[in-house]
Design a protein around this ligand. Structure first.
Ligand SMILES: *Cc1c(COP(=O)(O)O)cnc(C)c1O
Length: 415
């Protein structure tokens, strides 16, 4: 990676570089970086695809060569394949503040949104015909919720997160919200909104894709009903790794899955014609789990052993504060505007910068080894994953951003 050599060394640059080194030196999570396969660039896209933990390939090799290659069918029992969805759910549980027995891993987030929304309106019962959905949501959640509404005879009410309170009422059956907005990085008030949804007599479904592994969620403490999330972002499960579904224990006996496959049957190997749901989180399963991806995820979760989510949150906020400070110091006024809230209580673990020249700027950043991503038309997105991003990375990313902006004139939106 060729470091930029054209920046004139100014006092603020020296100060910020020195501060970055000091912050890294006292960072209690700094040692975790060595657990990941990274190059000497700055990887700020772990909110889209988490980095590979270095020990994972050997574990996957064992899954393929020994578990599948030698044990073959015996591995469903002897290698713990059959119970992997619940077992790995219990590994994720402490990261999202859930007691064991409430999370099952499998399928994609999209599929789990479908299960959760349909189950939620069934829990809410008759006489309520509206499903409130975050109008700014990641599109798949909206598409799936609309299909769920059509199938169950409900009506979708798109609502900006700030307007949820006003939209709740006696007709509300369920509310599907994102804990952190994927575009802006805004953190929503999960405790307050969940309480308001309950006060209206409705069921709260939270999408944790951009919060799990980045900040405390507190599913049990805040009485969340149902939640879903993916594992390939902050949880580093690998491309397309299976998602998870949380069903609060108090709802498990009434959780009525719209996809009652044989894996969720009380006696799957009874092969009976009639469906009888299993107890517990198993009820959220559908068909045969994707074992290779699932066990890749299980191995990847080892990087969380001994990590406190509170420490992750503290570092995440310090990193995003520091990055914003560096951007402010280095980038000429007016070229970028942060759309990520300044208030800690409203910030996830990414910084989104509005920039008219976002497309050429991100392309050049990536060429220089600073990998973020783009949300068209004009948002530069930088994800800060506290297990493997440090303060020197944040400083360097801001410095290279300033260099790139100097090369891409204002108004150049294509080159
Ligand atoms: C990443 C993400 C998804 C991804 O859904 P898949 O089914 O895994 O493709 C869904 N919702 C949100 C909010 C996301 O951020």
């Amino acid at each position: 990676m060729s470091e930029n050599t054209t920046t004139t060394t100014t006092a603020p640059t020296e100060n910020l570089r020195e501060r970055a080194l000091k912050l890294d030196a006292t960072d209690p999570l700094a040692g975790r970086r060595a657990l990941f396969a990274l190059d000497d660039g700055v990887y700020l896209d772990g909110n889209s695809l988490g980095a590979l933990p270095v020990h994972v390939p050997a574990r996957v090799q064992d899954v393929l060569t020994r578990q599948w290659g030698e044990l073959r069918i015996r591995s469903w029992d002897e290698s713990g394949w059959w119970t992997a969805p619940e077992r790995i759910g219990d590994r994720i549980a402490p990261l999202v503040g859930a007691a064991a027995g409430q999370i099952v891993v499998g399928d994609s987030t999209s599929v789990n949104v479908f299960k959760a929304v349909v189950a939620a309106v069934r829990i809410a019962g008759e006489g309520r015909d509206e499903i409130l959905v975050d109008a700014t949501t990641f599109p798949t959640d909206g598409y799936i919720a609309s299909a769920a509404a059509r199938l169950t005879g409900h009506r979708i009410v798109p609502v900006a997160p700030a307007d949820v309170l006003a939209a709740l009422g006696p007709r509300t059956a369920a509310v599907l919200l994102n804990h952190v907005d994927y575009r802006s990085g805004r953190l929503h008030d999960l405790p307050g909104l969940t309480a308001a949804v309950h006060a209206a007599g409705a069921v709260a479904v939270w999408d944790l894709c951009h919060s799990a592994g980045a900040l405390p969620v507190g599913l049990d403490d805040h009485g969340v009903d149902l939640a879903v999330g993916c594992t390939y972002k902050y949880l580093n499960g690998g491309p397309g790794s299976p998602a998870y579904l949380y069903v609060a224990e108090r709802h498990q006996t009434v959780f009525d899955s719209p996809l009652p496959g044989w894996n969720s049957h009380a006696d799957p190997f009874g092969m009976t014609a009639g469906y009888a749901p299993a107890d517990g989180s198993v009820r959220g399963r559908v068909g045969t789990p994707d074992i290779v991806s699932m066990l890749t995820l299980e191995a990847a979760l080892d990087v969380w052993d001994g990590v406190s989510v509170d420490a992750v949150r503290a570092k995440s906020l310090a990193l995003t504060d520091f990055f914003l400070e560096c951007v402010e110091a280095y980038v000429p006024a007016g070229r970028v505007v942060s759309v990520t809230p300044a208030a800690h209580a409203e910030r996830g673990s990414q910084v989104a910068l509005r920039c008219a020249e976002a497309e050429p700027v991100m392309r050049r950043l990536i060429e220089r080894g600073v990998v973020g991503d783009l949300r068209r038309p004009d948002v530069l997105r930088f994800g800060f994953t506290p297990l493997y991003v440090g303060f020197a990375d944040a400083e360097r990313a801001a410095r290279i951003l300033a260099d790139v902006l100097a090369e891409v004139p204002a108004g150049n939106t294509v080159g």
